[in-house]
Design a protein around this ligand. Sequence first.
Ligand code: 5RP
Length: 217
Amino acid sequence: MNANDLKRQAALAALAYVEEDTILGVGTGSTTNCFIDLLAEKGIRLKACVSSSKATEQRLRDHGYEVIDLNQAGTIPLYVDGADETDAKRQLIKGGGAALTREKICAAAAQQFVCIVDQSKLVPQLGKFPLPVEVIPMARSLVARELVKLGGDPVYREGVTTDNGNVILDVWHLDITDAKALEQKINNLPGVVTNGLFALRPADRVLIARPDRIDTL
Ligand code: 5RP
């Protein structure tokens, strides 16, 4: 089984959480794309979707799903999304696809957040994957200097503008022993829109695809 097969298996497992004719929050990335395609393949009817990115919105619409604004939807019963890393406490690093801010908003609005990953994403401690931080463009250097003071090595993700018109700094080598404290600290830096730590609002379930089974955290 290759990585794509595992992503599809994780996505398939998430279908069990979807109730028809409800509003579904949908994340961003290749694993979530498998999930979107499976929703359509299985003919699952939804009242509407709330999307975490323009790319996901397009894919959902291409499959015939209605996409509504979160302001119209209110609380979302279920949000399904992938991650770049998860630890055993269901704390995540997200934002590899630069959609972290809208993803965090969807997770905050969701009654249940189900995260779908292949086995390579489970780590003993978060931080091998560089932490994405979405930054207002004029604050890029200021925020980068502050991130260095926190022990990180920020790298500007060249050529990427988020759906919100901002830039991304990918921060290497952070010590993420206390993910909640670090999430708060980075979010408090002026110019930061949000960072890719999902520890204050972790996933409620993480479905991990392995070649022979799905493990649930
Ligand atoms: C996008 C994300 C994605 O969920 C994360 O990057 C995982 O992507 P993939 O499923 O392609 O491995 O956070 O901002």
